[in-house]
Structures are given as structure tokens and as C-alpha cells.
Ligand binder design. Structure first.
Ligand code: ADP
Length: 466
């Protein structure tokens, strides 16, 4: 069983140190509202200390032979696999997501990212050499991650950074820091030298101070578009590098020639995975008009069979909403959708007294101008609009400030190719949704951000030319 300490300090230079702020804050289990542990709040002095530790560790780590760094990354992957069960339980406790997802998706994928980038470590010089230049690390990277996939987002950021020889100061989200803190044990056992990865807990202020620190060469941020824009404004002109992975409002197109039963499963995975708290969720369903009623009925029937409840129960399909704040936000969209004239359907669900819960929700009679069709809800809420022609579907899909993901369901391969070329989204899934692979680049257009994570493309933001 997983051991949770009462209190966690900051991890700087290979040691656990008390925060200069002397402040700690609680992290909760969103399904019970019980405190799991207290974590330290890092202040500017701690950030300075961590950035210096990362700078000191840089020459030796960057100078290591690729094959030697690969051994360390492979070891991280292997230990993560060995301890997957413990990580899955801790992730589910701290985040509220169903254990089935943390066990079968989040933790295995986190390990897979380390395996994948370990494989690149000794090949960079050959694969990415340009005439007169040798690939080199960028330097000290500040990495800021969100609460929806805590360990997986840490892996997405750490694995390519470390593979390229960078050192890191990582800031987990304030409401789900525990798996990143447990990761320290894995890093140490795998032989990551002190100072190569530093982990600082704290909220937005801590993140902002990390962004502002002069000793940071690159910021990699995953989170809201609002904060991403603020970060971009703040570092403009400083010469720091930046990659942003921000919000989304993924369009999910279903044509009348699609295999509808499979499409229903894809739609469910697209929007109800992790209670819809996924930046690439397929939150806008666009259905060919001729099958709207049939699909709606099939969806309602399927959603009525989903099990909502205790995240640690392996039969649970939807766990808890991550926080009170998130619950308030989802509720405000449920109200706004109805106020603007959309029709809400919710699966029957009796919420427990404690914790934050929301059953699967469908909005029909949605028009493109409604807030629920334009803004990212980040909850188990699907909006449904109809189209008559592929052109109309593309126009509706691309009519968004975001451009992270999209999906197409059709029986015709030619239609898939034609449509996916026109969809302005970083990832387009065909006859599936929310499938991830470390070899495949992920990232957005427009207000969904820039830069790619995963695959060869995911290495480039962490490499400089020397
Ligand atoms: P979310 O909607 O996922 O909570 P946020 O953008 O608020 O999105 O948070 C994502 C991460 O960014 C978290 O680790 C959070 O603490 C951090 N963060 C919040 N505000 C700032 C800021 N002004 N500068 C840097 N990081 C921030």
C-alpha cells in the first residue's frame, strides 16, 4: 500500500529542505475532501536556490555520454513500472480520477515516455546534427504542470529535457503534487545526480516566480490559456525559450456512414475520460443531421450505464471532479448553457455527501455563439451541434479560438484524409479518440499554444545549436 507522509518539504539539490516561507498547505482527496498531506510552499528564495542547484548540476549532466544518460532514463522507466500500482493509487487519491485510468493509462504512459526518450539519448548527435553544429542542451528548464495528469505531465516534461542533457526545476500543480514528490524516490534510485531535477511545490505565485527567475533558460508550461498568455507576456524580450500547451475545445465529427456503436464508445472516451478534465477532450460533438436523434439516444443509453463513484473502485468509470473550484466552474457552465437556451440531459446520479461530483452531461440544441460551445468547460459536459455537409462540419470545427485536438468518425478513408487536412488542430484522431503514444507529437494551434511534446518534435524545444 502507498505510504503518504504527513508533510513534504522541497526537493532541491538532491535534498529535502524546509521552505524559506515556512509555509505548508494541504492537498485533498477530492472524493472525500479529507486532507492527504501538507506540502511546502516555495518562495522566491527557494526558487533561486533550486535554479542555482540546477545550474551547478548542468555541466556534468550535459557532458555525460548519451548512453550513460540513457541508462538513467531507462532505469526511471523500469522503476516506475515496478512501482506502478503504488503510483496509480496515489494519483487516484490526490486527483480523484478512476483507478482504472491511472492504472491502465496514466502510469504506464508515464513510464513509456521515459523509455521512449531514453532511446533518443545516445542518438541525438547523429540524428539531429546539422553541418557545423552539434545539438546541445538549452540549460536550466523551468517546468510548470497542471493537476489533471500530474505524473504523466511530469513525465512529458522531464523525459525529453533530461534526455537532451538539461537540468530542471519542476513545479507540480498545488492541488495534486503527491506523485511528483514520490517520483523523487524513483529518480534517486535510478541514479539521477543531485540538482538535475528539483521539485518545488506551491501555487501560481511560485510558478510566476519561477518564470521570472533570470537563471532559467527555458519555460515549459501546461495549463490554462489565461496563465499561458500571462507567461508569454512576462518573458517577452528576455531571450528565454517558451513552449505552451494550453486549453482546448476539441471538435468530434460523426458522419452518418460511421460505425455508430463504436463512435459512441469513442465519444464517451473523448469527453468523459478523466471526467472531461482533459485539454484535448472531444467536448464539441458535431453530428451529421440525419443521425442526430439516433446518436443522441444511443449516447443517453450508454451514459446511463456508466458508474460514477469511489475512484479507487476498479469498476468506476467516472471519479470525482478534481476540486471545489473546478466544480463551481462546471456548474456555472451548466447554468449558462440552460440560460442561453440549450437543453441539458444528465445521467441519473445520487452524489455522496462529501466530495465533488458531476454526472455525465449532454447539451443539445446548442448554437455556436453559446458560451458552452466556445469556452473550455473542463468537465464531463458534451455539447452537440449538427451539420449537413463536410464543409459545414469543417467550418463549425474550426470556428474556435482553440486548436488542440479533433476527431473524425466515418467509414470512408478518403474522407478522413480530406477532413483531417482541413481541421486546424494539432492532433486529429480518426475512428478513435484520446489515444496517446510517446512517439507521437502533441500540441496546439491558436490559443491552444505552441511547441510540441512527444516524438522527435518533443526533443527540439530542449535542444540548442552549439
Ligand atoms: P488549471 O486550469 O489547470 O488549474 P492553471 O493555468 O491555473 O490551470 O495552472 C497550471 C499550472 O500553472 C499550475 O501548476 C499553477 O500553479 C501554475 N500557475 C498558475 N498561475 C501561474 C502564473 N501566474 N505563473 C506561472 N504559473 C502559474
Amino acid at each position: 500500500m502507498v505510504q503518504i507522509k504527513d508533510r513534504y518539504r522541497l526537493y532541491i539539490g538532491g535534498e529535502w529542505v524546509a521552505p524559506s516561507t515556512r509555509q505548508y498547505f494541504p492537498t485533498y482527496d477530492p472524493s472525500t475532501e479529507e486532507t492527504l498531506a501538507e506540502v511546502a510552499k516555495a518562495g522566491p528564495r527557494d526558487i533561486d536556490k533550486a535554479v542555482r542547484a540546477a545550474r551547478r548540476a548542468l555541466p556534468a549532466w550535459a557532458g555525460m555520454k548519451g548512453a550513460a544518460r540513457a541508462r538513467v532514463l531507462f532505469a526511471i522507466a523500469r522503476i516506475l513500472q515496478e512501482r506502478a500500482r503504488e503510483f496509480a493509487i496515489l494519483e487516484t487519491l490526490d486527483n480523484g480520477k478512476p483507478i482504472r485510468e491511472s492504472r491502465d493509462i496514466d502510469i504506464p504512459l508515464a513510464a513509456a515516455h521515459f523509455f521512449y526518450y531514453a532511446g533518443w539519448t545516445d542518438k541525438l548527435e547523429y540524428a539531429l546534427r546539422e553541418p557545423g553544429h552539434k545539438p546541445a542542451p538549452v540549460g536550466v528548464c523551468g517546468q510548470i504542470i497542471p493537476w489533471n495528469f500530474p505524473l504523466l505531465m511530469a513525465a512529458w516534461k522531464l523525459a525529453p529535457a533530461l534526455a537532451c542533457g538539461n537540468t530542471v526545476v519542476l513545479k507540480p500543480a498545488e492541488t495534486s503534487p503527491l506523485t511528483c514528490l514520490l517520483l523523487v524516490e524513483v529518480l534517486e534510485e535510478a541514479g539521477v545526480p543531485p540538482g538535475v531535477v528539483n521539485i518545488l511545490t506551491g501555487a501560481g505565485e511560485t510558478g510566476a516566480a519561477l518564470v521570472a527567475h533570470e537563471g532559467v533558460d527555458k519555460i515549459a508550461f501546461t495549463g490554462s490559456t489565461e496563465v499561458g498568455k500571462a507567461i508569454q507576456a512576462k518573458i517577452a524580450g528576455t531571450g528565454k525559450r517558451l513552449t505552451l500547451e494550453l486549453g482546448g475545445k476539441g471538435a468530434h465529427l460523426v458522419f452518418e456512414d460511421a460505425a455508430l456503436d463504436q463512435a459512441v464508445e469513442g465519444i464517451v472516451r473523448g469527453i468523459f475520460f478523466n471526467q472531461g478534465q482533459v485539454c484535448c477532450a472531444g467536448s464539441r460533438l458535431l453530428v451529421e443531421e440525419s443521425i442526430e436523434n439516433t446518436l443522441l439516444e444511443l449516447l443517453k443509453r450508454r451514459l446511463s450505464t456508466l458508474r460514477i463513484g469511489a475512484p479507487l473502485d476498479k469498476n468506476t468509470d467516472l471519479g470525482a471532479i478534481h476540486s471545489k473550484e473546478q466544480m463551481t466552474r462546471v456548474r456555472s457552465y451548466l447554468e449558462s448553457g440552460q440560460d442561453e437556451g440549450a437543453v441539458l440531459w444528465q445521467a441519473f446520479f445520487e452524489a455522496p455527501k462529501k466530495g465533488f461530483w458531476c454526472p455525465p452531461c449532454l447539451f443539445s440544441k446548442v448554437t455556436p455563439s453559446m458560451k458552452i460551445a466556445r469556452e473550455e468547460i473542463f468537465g464531463p459536459v458534451l455539447t452537440i451541434q449538427t451539420f449537413r455537409t463536410p464543409q459545414e462540419a469543417i467550418a463549425l470545427a474550426n470556428n474556435s479560438n482553440y486548436g488542440l485536438s479533433a476527431g473524425v468518425w466515418t467509414d470512408k478513408g478518403s474522407k478522413i484524409f480530406a477532413l483531417s487536412k482541413q481541421l486546424r488542430a494539432g492532433v486529429v484522431w480518426a475512428n478513435t479518440f484520446n489515444q496517446f503514444d510517446p512517439a507521437s507529437p502533441f500540441g496546439g494551434y491558436k490559443e491552444s499554444g505552441f511547441g510540441r511534446e512527444g516524438g522527435l518534435h518533443g526533443l527540439l524545444p530542449y535542444l540548442a545549436r552549439r
